[in-house]
Design a protein around this ligand. Structure first.
Ligand code: AQP
Length: 332
């Protein structure tokens, strides 16, 4: 790991992983994992900012671990772990809460969006979520944070918090950069293409899940919302549904928008939508099959997350000790 730059990223086990989680985040994690020293986390502490069923959260956490590995993340080369197993995350989050401003948190789009969707449970954790995310990233002295477009604002706030802390105490934290993919940074819902495809979406028809069966994937694509124009053309403003399908096809089949427009020239959506569905079925098939195999080997999954937590704890504790000293806590 010596000399390599560091990456941190995580996904909440707040629902089944979607094609959006894969194209916006995990696919890039895999591509970057050879070159960087990577910490990939299952952020279960973030997930409880929205009420979760405990048994389901436990189950999904293990499933998510199996899916990370099935997507191509090698646990020998990457530190894969569960956030709540490394207590430094909660400890640094508290400290950073004291360096994060109320006004900054109030401006976060995700907070505004999630509090309007969960009006009965606007808890303090939902509000201070970005301070925990800053702790996740800064604990590992991360250089790069590969995320989808929706998380860019939180990475920018992380930088502001780090800068504020460093300006008082010296260079404690490295300044992280967001890494946003060029194509696939915001995959939209298939049924309401003005909204992002989200794990916790109440309309399952709008989402494609990594573990979904081929026939269900095909059905969702055939029902995807398009428009009355019948032309396969990339124009996110006036043709959001078709453009979203083109983005998905572009990444799944590794074709440019021009190539896709040429391929479907003179053809209608009746040809286009099943072609996108088939490309996605083939993209996800090996992931689903490998995840199903891994989920039968619970002992292996436990060994991966235990080893991951040990490695992550060692790195995180180094930063936490430094921070505690700087703010004036007595040595343990
Ligand atoms: N639709 C998407 N397109 C591109 N990237 C996406 N990501 C999520 N959805 C899309 C990226 O995947 C990572 C997962 O983020 P997260 O689970 O920590 O939080 P999120 O962004 O809030 O994801 P969801 O699916 O919308 O979860 P819920 O429904 O629980 O809020 C991030 O890098 C994100 O950008």
């Amino acid at each position: 790991m010596e000399g390599k730059r560091t990456i941190f990223s995580g996904i909440q086990p707040s629902g089944e992983l979607t094609l959006g989680s894969y194209l916006g985040a995990i696919k890039n994690w895999v591509e970057l994992s050879e070159e960087y020293n990577c910490y990939y986390c299952i952020v279960d502490m973030h997930a409880i900012t929205v009420r979760q069923n405990p048994a389901e959260l436990r189950k999904r956490t293990l499933e998510q671990l199996a899916q990370y590995i099935a997507c191509g993340l090698d646990p020998k080369k990457n530190t894969i772990f569960i956030q709540s197993h490394v207590s430094a995350h909660a400890e640094l989050a508290w400290i950073l809460n004291c360096y994060t401003m109320y006004g900054e948190l109030s401006r976060m789009t995700q907070f505004k969006d999630k509090s309007s969707r969960n009006a009965e449970n606007i808890n303090a954790g939902l509000f201070t979520y970005p301070a925990l995310m800053a702790a996740d990233i800064l604990l590992y002295q991360s250089d790069l944070v590969p995320v989808g477009d929706d998380q860019k604002q939180h990475v920018e706030l992380t930088r502001d918090i780090a800068q504020r802390f460093n300006s008082v105490y010296g260079e404690v934290f490295k300044m992280p950069e967001p890494f946003i993919p060029k194509v696939g940074a915001r995959i939209m819902s298939l049924t309401s293409p003005e909204n992002k495809m989200s794990k916790s979406d109440k309309d399952p028809g709008g989402c494609i899940y990594l573990m979904q069966k081929p026939e269900d994937i095909m059905r969702s694509f055939k029902r995807a919302v398009t428009d009355s124009d019948r032309k396969v053309k990339y124009d996110p403003v006036s043709k959001p549904g078709v453009s979203n399908l083109m983005t998905i096809y572009s990444v799944a089949a590794n074709k440019s928008y021009d190539e896709i427009e040429a391929e479907f020239e003179g053809k209608g959506y009746g040809d286009f939508k099943p072609a996108v569905g088939e490309a996605v079925v083939e993209l996800l098939r090996p992931i689903r099959e490998e995840a199903e195999r891994l989920l039968k080997d619970k002992n292996y999954l436990v060994s991966v997350y235990k080893e991951g937590a040990e490695r992550a704890s060692r790195a995180a504790t180094r930063t936490l000790r430094k921070v505690c000293k700087k703010v004036g806590f007595v040595d343990r």
